[in-house]
Design a protein around this ligand. Sequence first.
Ligand code: CA
Length: 98
Amino acid sequence: MGAHLLVVTDAEENELINNVLFGDEPNFQIFTGWFRLMEESTYQWITGEPWTFANWNPLEPSRAVWDTGESEECMCITGQWNWTDIPCNQTRMFVCEF
Ligand SMILES: [Ca+2]
């Protein structure tokens, strides 16, 4: 089917996502198709699309290590209209695009 997790490559798409998904749910977080390449400590979209746009919270990506020992290696868009990294094993809503 060619579906993949959400990839946000420009400000227009980022704003659309925020308007559609977070209008009445400011505390929502959704997983995107973003992950960190462990060896290189660089970011990558699951589609391999170029990294052309970012909307990180000013303190992110923090790559914090949680009490569980999990490191923040995946990215969520938050209801505050910005991005944060969190551990990939957390439970969140997600969006697929075709
Ligand atoms: Ca973080």
